[in-house]
Design a protein around this ligand. Structure first.
Ligand code: E4P
Length: 217
């Protein structure tokens, strides 16, 4: 499974990248706002850190302007994936940009029907938002499962990028179902390493080791 980091915080990206945990990055207008930086400048820096796909999102609402923005974003680096929303115009932009060889991430997906359209429009990635569905008592993980089944039924190569991840369980569930990629905030990726029994076990080992009076070095 590929891990994308859902952030525009370059320090956090560097830290995880050094451990080999970063296969790509996703950003969105809210994350750019949070970074307090210029979109072109911060995206360029991210592309220099990470070799894999870096999603940069268009903000126009009509297809023509989305395509124009997408082409401009794609000039930042060869690993840019242009992110377009799952609207009719977004699908038109997806088709145009993917036909010209750009990677396209279709975002804000909330139904399997939307995911089917994105695959037909040539999306490289489809981003179903698990957490935002769970927030309103819909079943985000069921959506991942449905898209997996549909894409496998017909051999679509669009990668399922499980997004809006809120917890470690979201990641393990998405991995069990067979999502190709997850994108999660750095805090959630780091939380994957934690377990109360790991901490407790280590405490016991340290206490017992102290009693031996030995040293390894
Ligand atoms: C994905 O590409 C989005 O940027 C992100 O996962 C949205 O997550 P949120 O619902 O926590 O804002």
């Amino acid at each position: 499974m590929k891990f994308f980091v859902d952030t525009a915080d370059t320090a956090a990206i560097r830290e995880l990248n050094e451990l080999g945990m970063v296969d790509g990055v996703t950003t969105n207008p809210s994350l750019i706002m949070k970074s307090g930086r210029d979109i072109l400048e911060v995206t360029k820096e991210i592309c220099e850190i990470v070799a894999g796909p870096v999603s940069a999102e268009v903000v126009a609402s009509d297809a023509e302007d989305m395509i124009r923005e997408g082409k401009h974003l794609a000039k930042i680096a060869s690993n840019i994936a242009v992110k377009v929303p799952l609207t009719w115009d977004g699908l038109k932009a997806c088709k145009a940009l993917s036909s010209e060889g750009h990677m396209v991430n279709v975002t804000l997906c909330f139904t399997a029907a939307q995911a089917l359209l994105a695959a037909k429009a040539g999306a490289t990635f489809i981003s179903p938002f698990i957490g935002r569905m769970d927030d309103i008592n819909l079943d985000g993980m069921q959506l991942i499962e449905d898209i997996r089944t549909i894409y496998d039924n017909y051999g679509y190569t669009t990668q399922i990028l499980a997004a809006s991840i809120r917890s470690v369980n979201h990641i393990t569930d998405a991995a069990r179902i067979g999502a190709d990629v997850i994108t999660a905030p750095p805090s959630v990726i780091k939380a994957m390493a934690s377990h109360v029994l790991t901490d407790k076990g280590l405490e016991q080992f340290n206490a017992d080791w102290a009693k031996t009076g030995q040293k390894i070095l």
